[in-house]
Design a protein around this ligand. Structure first.
Ligand SMILES: [Zn+2]
Ligand SMILES: [Zn+2]
Length: 156
């Protein structure tokens, strides 16, 4: 959903609050992740003395399989993001770290920005709990739930 921000870009001192939910349809397009809740985006777009910043917190729950024991859990992730909004970039290399948002035709797509940020922030390994014992390499049982004894004589 495009948001027109011409006034914020033009008038210093303008602040527009942002409070939206990314639709399930939009989240269903995200490859590799299953969302357990709508994604919430709360923040603001503000023009401070001509510099326009987009600040928000993005929060969503994911249904994820533990990287060690494969057990499925639902976990909430929440990240604070800040971008500088510009009408044009002077050069392509200016935006190496993706901190700039280009307002093409005075419009931005806060949902798209939030989804992209959220996916970039997610840890590459997600565990069901910090001290997850994982699966037994011998019998394959979940060692958080079963004490199979296979590992008794071995040092881990
Ligand atoms: Zn686990
Ligand atoms: Zn075992």
């Amino acid at each position: 959903m495009l948001m027109k921000i011409g006034t914020v870009l033009d008038v210093p001192g303008t602040v527009v609050a942002l409070d939206l939910c990314v639709s399930e349809e939009r989240l269903a397009q995200v490859q590799g992740y299953v969302f357990d809740s709508p994604m919430r985006v709360v923040g603001q777009i503000a023009n401070h003395a001509g510099a326009v910043t987009l600040e928000f917190r993005v929060t969503a729950s994911l249904r994820v399989a533990c990287d060690r024991c494969l057990k499925e859990t639902v976990q909430e992730f929440s990240y604070a993001e800040t971008h500088i909004v510009v009408r044009r970039l002077v050069s392509e290399d200016e935006d190496e770290d993706g901190s700039y948002v280009l307002a093409e035709g005075e419009c931005i797509d806060p949902e798209e920005i939030a989804v992209t940020d959220f996916l970039l922030e997610l840890p590459t390994k997600i565990l069901c709990k910090e001290d997850c014992k994982g699966l037994c390499p011998v019998c394959g049982c979940n060692r958080n739930e079963t004490d199979c004894g296979c590992m008794k004589d071995q040092t881990e």
